[in-house]
Ligand binder design. Structure first.
Ligand code: ZN
Length: 389
């Protein structure tokens, strides 16, 4: 079996335009075939709408054991390059000095490339525990792929002791991130000529009250906490970022739609926050609306693009191992979401540690430094080494 380096793997992976709106199947099949050539079988779990798949593969322990061990997790999709001013082709790996440019080099094909390049070494080690590769689709549009994979693992009874999600952290150990929750709200009132206000029910005005309620809650979290100073923004944030309604300046609008989000600290329950919004609607807003119009309604629906928060335990073996391998004992908590929260909620302790920097992700001229890839290889090599008897 010919050895493929991390750099060669990265060149291959970057060349697939796996922007989330596209299929990732060609990339997944390439990985599946490369693993199969080394005797490693992959389980593909497909998106319900087709065109995309997750890949899960187990490199068994020397005695054939497939339970336990550590998962190396990465997402295969990337964010769009639309409207960005790139100095080189984003889907062709371009080296300049110590930097390797291309969409996904940092977020997060570099990590996947390093893991794949090391598979022959992983296989040659006399490991007491298995290593697993978990590569997902549609992370960038709200972690849609990983739950499909985790559901299949649960059905098959696959267990693991820990997971390293290789999002770009500059190879530091990230132990926590906030959750992200997005809701769409539709307010239904009653249309009328704007000269006859008592005959209508103004959906925009009631939507505005609800939007202000969201803001009041946001102000409460900012002024009263809870706080966690390890985060950039040390409290739960909340806001309305999209709104539409009305059809004419002289017509009372019968509909208004808006979307609000909140990003909760790991210790705060997203349901608890959402319950406060819904209690306000039920007990205050809707009764008032129905005085205008008995048929008034407010519908709220959670959007699929939700990210569970992550808070890794310092006592978890995977946290201690990642800290030992990197020498990083700092408490780093980040504002971006990852699939780590999903693994954690599936009973698999997770930490975030990967090559490249989030500052370079999602932008034009995204890059990863060769030194970061080297550090990642070194990390993964020693991580696998820790599984040897
Ligand atoms: Zn990412």
């Amino acid at each position: 079996m010919e050895h493929t380096s991390t750099r060669e793997w990265l060149r291959t992976l970057v060349a697939f335009d796996t922007t989330s709106r596209n299929s990732n199947l060609a990339l997944i099949e390439t990985i599946r075939d490369a693993l199969a050539a080394q005797g490693v079988a992959s389980e593909l779990t497909h998106a319900p709408e087709g065109g995309k798949a997750n890949l899960f593969a187990t490199l068994p322990a020397h005695d054939g054991a497939t339970q336990g061990g550590i998962i190396l997790s990465g997402h295969t999709d990337v964010v769009p390059v639309d409207g960005q001013d790139w100095s080189s082709d984003p889907f062709s790996l371009t080296e300049k000095g110590d930097r390797l440019y291309g969409r996904g080099t940092a977020d997060m094909k570099g990590y996947i490339a390093a893991a794949l390049a090391l598979v022959p070494e992983f296989l040659s080690l006399k490991r007491a525990k298995p290593l697993h590769l978990a590569f997902s689709y549609d992370e960038e549009v709200g972690c849609l792929g990983a739950p499909v994979m985790l559901e299949a693992l649960k059905r098959r009874g696959v267990r693991a002791e820990g997971c390293v999600v290789g999002e770009p952290t500059g190879m530091r150990v990230v132990v926590a991130h906030k959750g992200m929750n997005l809701y769409r709200c539709r307010v239904h009132g009653k249309a009328a000529h704007s000269s006859l206000t008592p005959r209508g029910c103004n959906a925009i005005e009631y939507a505005a009250r609800l939007i202000c309620r969201v803001r009041d809650l946001a102000d409460e979290f900012q002024s009263r906490g809870p706080y966690d100073d390890a985060f950039d923004v040390p409290f739960t944030t909340m806001g309305t970022n999209l709104v539409s309604g009305g059809i004419a300046v002289n017509t009372i609008p019968d509909a208004c739609e808006f979307s609000y989000e909140f990003r909760n600290l790991p210790g705060m329950s997203p349901d608890g926050i959402q319950n406060r919004i819904e209690a306000y609607i039920r007990e205050d807003l809707l009764p008032r609306m129905r005085q205008d119009h008995a048929g008034a309604r407010i519908e709220i629906e959670p959007m699929p693009a939700a990210v569970l928060s992550l808070e890794a335990s310092e006592h978890a073996a995977i946290t201690r191992l990642a800290r030992a391998l990197t020498g990083d004992d700092g408490t780093t908590k980040v504002s971006y979401g990852t699939e780590g929260g999903l693994f954690q909620s599936a009973g698999i302790p997770a930490v975030i540690c990967g090559p490249g920097h989030i500052e370079q992700a999602h932008r034009a001229d995204e890059f990863v430094e060769a030194a970061q890839l080297d550090a990642c290889e070194d990390f993964l090599r020693r991580l696998a080494g820790s599984l040897v008897d």
